[in-house]
Design a protein around this ligand. Structure first.
Ligand code: SF4
Length: 286
């Protein structure tokens, strides 16, 4: 990976990102974060490792996430249980699944509770896409295969865009900037089946070649109800029928409304995928 600095960020920021030390981790065919993600992205990253460019200005949240992990790791030594060796932090584990080795870095483990830290948007709590559950279950399965008991697992979410006013207005909104969310622990068969299925998609004879809509963060087509005198949509709905029903129920002057189709976007491809320049699927969609 080559780092660029197109926005001329200060040298210490550039250096903190470009010269990050990668943790020493045991060799595995795949780590949990890649296993649950798109096989095509992983493949293209390996094939074009020396050609991929990433601008450091796109990696500020990754830097903040890394800082958070390091501070939390250091804080564990102040816990009395640390002295007794009962706490594990940022520890890599590997387990065998058939001919493949799968790894996971366990952020925190204490007395059967496996925690994974994320610095993320509050929207990831409100619109949970399920990836955190998958990642936790892969990590827990690997822990169990290494002889540890997992009674429960949870995400500790540090919500970077949390809003105090919204929390006081809305009781369904996370009530604190640190939000602990226990996630379902799948049974053994479900965990193993999921991991084997993902390995099949990455390495199997019928491996998955293209990214799915979910992996491309496809928004789907939307239908905007516009008012002739306003630039901003009055409502944006998922289907044309919903938009028509909304107009039918509108109490004002319906003749001034029109429905416009907004074609869906692959948000990840457009703005967040470091391998898009090498991606045949992206080229074919343009
Ligand atoms: S550009 Fe889009 S389709 Fe291609 S690898 Fe990236 S996310 Fe997948």
């Amino acid at each position: 990976m080559r780092y660029t600095n197109k926005n001329n960020l200060p040298a210490p920021i550039f250096g903190a990102i470009a010269n990050r030390q990668k943790p020493q981790i045991p060799k595995a065919d795949m780590y949990a974060t890649s296993l649950i993600d798109s096989p095509q992205i992983k493949r293209l990253k390996i094939e074009h490792e020396d050609e991929i460019e990433e601008d450091v200005s796109n990696m500020i949240w990754a830097l903040i996430g890394q800082c958070t992990h390091e501070i939390l790791e250091k804080s564990a030594i102040f816990d009395a249980a640390w002295e007794q060796g009962l706490i594990m932090v940022e520890k890599p584990f590997v387990a065998d699944y058939g001919e493949h080795k799968v790894g996971a870095i366990i952020d925190h483990y204490y007395k059967g509770i496996h925690s994974d830290y994320k610095t993320t948007s509050v929207w990831s709590v409100i619109h949970d896409k399920g990836d955190y559950v998958k990642q936790l279950n892969v990590g827990s399965d690997i822990l169990i295969r290494n002889g540890f008991e997992v009674k429960k697992h949870q995400n500790v979410l540090i919500l970077r865009d949390w809003n105090k006013n919204e929390a006081s207005r809305n009781e369904d909104y996370p009530q604190s900037q640190i939000f602990v969310k226990e996630q379902p622990l799948w049974d053994k068969v479900t965990r193993e089946r999921y991991i084997i299925d993902r390995l099949e998609k990455h390495f199997g004879s019928n491996k998955q070649m293209d990214c799915t809509e979910t992996e491309r963060w496809y928004t789907g087509d939307k239908w905007a109800v516009m008012h002739n005198d306003q630039k901003k949509a009055k409502r944006v709905l998922d289907t044309k029928e919903d938009a028509e029903a909304w107009v039918d129920n509108f109490l004002g002057d319906k003749d001034k409304l029109k429905i416009i189709k907004r074609v869906g976007e692959n948000r990840r491809c457009e703005n967040y995928c470091s391998v898009k320049d090498f991606c045949p699927q992206y080229r074919s969609m343009k």
